[in-house]
Write a protein that binds this ligand. Structure first.
Ligand code: INI
Length: 156
């Protein structure tokens, strides 16, 4: 007997997706947001099914993600931010807090949340992952959100 394999499809049609994006390091996070929106559009998610929530910095992302999750409206969330070591002595705290905070929301709400948060040493490294070409972390995260939303449907 063949093993049963489950993989979420990348069909975004009909999915409702919430995006939380931090303004801090805006030159990076705007690129992440553009990448995420591009991915959603290419995979069939329509504008009317997308909510974009702007927050000041990465530290505030889990708060907004929790509210969106609690609304019970979204099939998946995408969290976007850029935490850059060179610019803060409390890099480790903020990076740890957003990671833990988002993880808690996933666990509490059983909702897929894609982690599109860059943690880099320099702004240049972050910009490399937020550009228009290949490797945009926002794009990758949005595709992950779609796959996990579809997988969640299969898993029930
Ligand atoms: N927020 C970020 O998103 N990235 C950072 O690199 C960063 N640094 O460098 O401090 C940052 N700080 C702001 C923080 O997220 C909160 O907005 C602030 O502490 C107010 O709560």
């Amino acid at each position: 007997m063949a093993a049963r394999e489950l993989t979420g499809s990348l069909d975004g049609k009909g999915l409702r997706v919430g995006i939380v994006v931090a303004r801090f390091n805006r030159s990076v996070t705007e690129g992440l947001l553009a990448g995420a929106l591009d991915a959603l559009e290419r995979h069939g998610v329509v504008d009317e099914d997308i909510a974009i929530v702007h927050v000041p910095g990465a530290f505030e992302v889990p708060f907004a993600a929790r509210r969106l999750a609690g609304a019970g409206v979204y099939d998946a969330l995408v969290c976007l931010g850029a935490v850059i070591r060179g610019e803060t002595p409390h890099f480790e705290y903020i990076a740890a807090e957003i990671t833990r905070g988002i993880g808690r929301v996933v666990a509490d709400h059983r909702l897929p949340i894609a982690f599109g948060v860059l943690t880099t040493d320099t702004i240049e490294q972050a910009l490399e992952r937020a550009g228009a070409g290949h490797g945009n972390k926002g794009y990758e995260s949005a595709v992950t959100a779609i796959e996990m939303a579809q997988l969640g449907r299969l898993l029930g």
